[in-house]
Structures are given as C-alpha cells and as structure tokens.
Write a protein that binds this ligand. Structure first.
Ligand code: SF4
Ligand code: SF4
Length: 256
C-alpha cells in the first residue's frame, strides 16, 4: 500500500486487472507499515467496534488528528513508534481487524482517480508481488468482493459535507465548528451522549421512528450526525426545529 505508483491509466468498472494477496506470498504483511492512512468517519465506526473500544478510546489510542486549511478535521491512523512504523493491527497472520479494515486497505491495489476525474487506476510496485499473481478481477468485482459498497455509500454522504459549495466558495470553519464536526462525525459515542443526555429532541423535531433507529444502529447515528452538521453548518433543510415560528424565521434568514 505504499506510494509505489508506476503508471497512471484511467480504468472503468469493467476494466480487468491481476491481483492476489495471501499469506504465502513473500511480501505478505510488508505493506502494512510506514503509510499514511486517512480514516473516514465510517472507518472509525467499524474499526473501534472491531476493537471493542469506545470512539474516544479509539481516537486517542490509534489516530492522529489534523486540520485541513478549511478547518475540516482529518484523522490519520497512527503507526507504531518502532523503527519500521508498523500498523498497530498487523499480526503474523495478517490484519487482526480484517473484516473491519479501513476503506483504503480494502480498495488496494485499486484507487479512484484524483478528484474531478472519472475512473480508477491500479497501484503497481516492485515490492507488491500481488499484481504478478494470476488471479483476474474486474474493478467492479473487486469492490464487491472487498465489501466496499457500504463504505462508498457512507463516505459519499460525508463528502456532501467536506466537498460542499460552502468550502468551494472559500469559507472556513472556526475552531468551534471544527470541534463540532469532529465530535459529531468521528467521536460517535460523544455525539450519542449529546443527543440523548441533553434536551436535543425537545429542540429538534425528529420522528420517533428515526430516534429509535439512531439509538439502536450506529450507521443510522452517523447518518443522523451528517444531517445535523448540514443543518448547522450550511443551513440546509435536513432537520427542523420544534418551535415552528423560530424555524420559519431561520429558514427565511437562510434564504436571504
Ligand atoms: S488496518 Fe489492517 S490492512 Fe490496513 S494497514 Fe493495518 S494491518 Fe494492514
Ligand atoms: S501482495 Fe501487495 S498488498 Fe499483499 S501483502 Fe504483498 S505488498 Fe501487501
């Protein structure tokens, strides 16, 4: 998974490539070290659940928080501090959170083309021998095999925030809003406490069925956090306040 890209060729979902990664290959596990893995909120949800940790414990123990120019929080997986900087989840038999490994580990060796461009490309490098194996895939088949669909769905919802016009117009988040976004999207246990241990549902008009789903299902909780963020940061119609008069004034002000 290192930055060992030899060439770039835009591929479609139907394009074919050769790849196999298994524990008998001589490079097995060597790529799970000294690498920058940016984690999306849904990655954190899956990884911390696999580890049986709270979101706060996971973020503190396994990640490095960064801030993009727009004030958007970024989260990077923290490698071990030994000389090889190995991933904390790698074992002699492979990834110990394999079923819940992050999006970029699943996708490898397939990468989406850079933003604004359609298609994919394949990472090929000297130290990764997987591309020399005789197993053929289409990109679509690879994504299906790696369980990418739910990750793509949740990541696309998050990108509706991070790639929002608000930022394209040059706006930046102040420290308070950055913190709010980090808490709601990455620190889901904290966001859950915020919903259920404050007067949140006295203030926001949320259907009982949705409240129940948010309480029982972390994926629903994360989707709800995106709605709350979009309401708060961009003034979108993703939630309603209970005080209808105030809500109308707010909506009218947002349209000004
Ligand atoms: S999360 Fe798993 S697959 Fe990804 S780098 Fe770490 S050990 Fe490797
Ligand atoms: S085949 Fe590639 S992805 Fe698999 S362990 Fe070797 S270097 Fe890593």
């Amino acid at each position: 998974m290192k930055s060992m890209l030899k060439k770039r060729q835009a591929l479609s979902l139907e394009s074919r490539f050769k790849f196999s990664c298994h524990n008998e290959i001589s490079c097995f596990n060597t790529c799970c070290a000294d690498i920058n893995i940016f984690l999306m909120p849904y990655d954190i949800l899956r990884m911390r659940r696999a580890m049986g940790l709270s979101s706060g414990e996971f973020l503190k123990g396994y990640t490095i928080p960064l801030l993009a120019d727009e004030g958007l929080p970024l989260v990077v997986l923290k490698m071990m501090e030994d000389e090889n900087k190995i991933c904390p989840f790698v074992t002699s038999s492979g990834c110990k959170i394999y079923q819940d490994r992050p999006w970029s580990c699943r996708m490898y060796p397939v990468f989406p083309s850079s933003s604004g461009e359609e298609g994919f490309f394949i990472a090929e490098g000297n130290s990764c021998l997987g591309c020399k194996e005789e197993k053929w895939w289409t990109i679509e088949g690879w994504k299906k095999d790696q369980g990418i669909d739910i990750y793509d769905k949740m990541n696309e919802s998050y990108e509706e925030i991070t790639l929002h016009d608000y930022f394209l117009k040059g706006n930046k988040l102040d420290p308070g809003k950055s913190k709010m976004l980090y808490m709601a999207c990455y620190d889901l246990d904290e966001f859950e406490r915020f919903l259920f241990q404050t007067r949140f549902f006295d203030v926001y008009d949320v259907e009982r069925g949705i409240v129940e789903r948010v309480k029982e299902d972390e994926g629903e909780l994360l989707s709800f956090s995106y709605r709350w963020i979009r309401f708060n940061l961009f003034g979108e119609d993703t939630l309603r306040l209970k005080d209808k008069t105030f809500d109308k004034i707010l909506q009218a002000k947002r349209k000004e």
